[in-house]
Design a protein around this ligand. Structure first.
Ligand SMILES: [Zn+2]
Length: 152
């Protein structure tokens, strides 16, 4: 699932739960729940295969994805720090995944990647990401719209 979607869900969780010690772990857990739903991702194959000299385009896409999420949150929320912290915690798992690519010998990051892959494959029953694009995109648009509605 793209980072914008994760950020909006994490922001929404943080906006609804006043205790940050509960809100932020739940924002983090929302990542795995969202990844279990049918979705498509943009390709980060060069990062996945550690072809670092070809990854600039992926990092630009990731940066723009994060910026888009932050802009939507700032437009549709009360802009309290806890909301942005929720958005941040909701994308930490993808950050750990990036870490596992940079440091493949890190056992904790590799273990996390197994959990992350498992959650991603729940919504992708044959594990080959052949979900029709219309469902993969519309599921995320729906989640973003619901999050924006709940953020207000
Ligand atoms: Zn993920």
């Amino acid at each position: 699932m793209i980072l914008t979607t994760h950020m909006l869900v994490g922001a929404t969780v943080a906006s609804k739960i006043s205790n940050p010690f509960l809100a932020l772990p739940l924002a983090l857990l929302s990542h795995y729940l969202c990844d279990s739903l049918p979705h498509n991702d943009y390709s980060i194959v060069n990062i996945s295969e550690r072809r670092w000299n070809k990854t600039y385009r992926h990092f630009i896409e990731i940066f723009l994805d994060i910026c888009f999420g932050a802009v939507l949150i700032s437009l549709f929320s009360g802009n309290s720090p806890i909301i942005f912290a929720g958005a941040f915690f909701a994308i930490v798992p993808d950050g750990i995944t990036l870490l596992s690519k940079i440091l493949p010998q890190n056992k904790l990051a590799a273990l996390h990647q197994k959990l992350h892959n498992f959650m991603n494959n729940i919504g992708d029953l044959d594990g080959n990401k052949k979900i029709p694009v219309i469902w993969g995109i519309s599921s995320q648009i729906l989640i973003v719209l619901i999050s924006i509605f709940l953020l207000r």
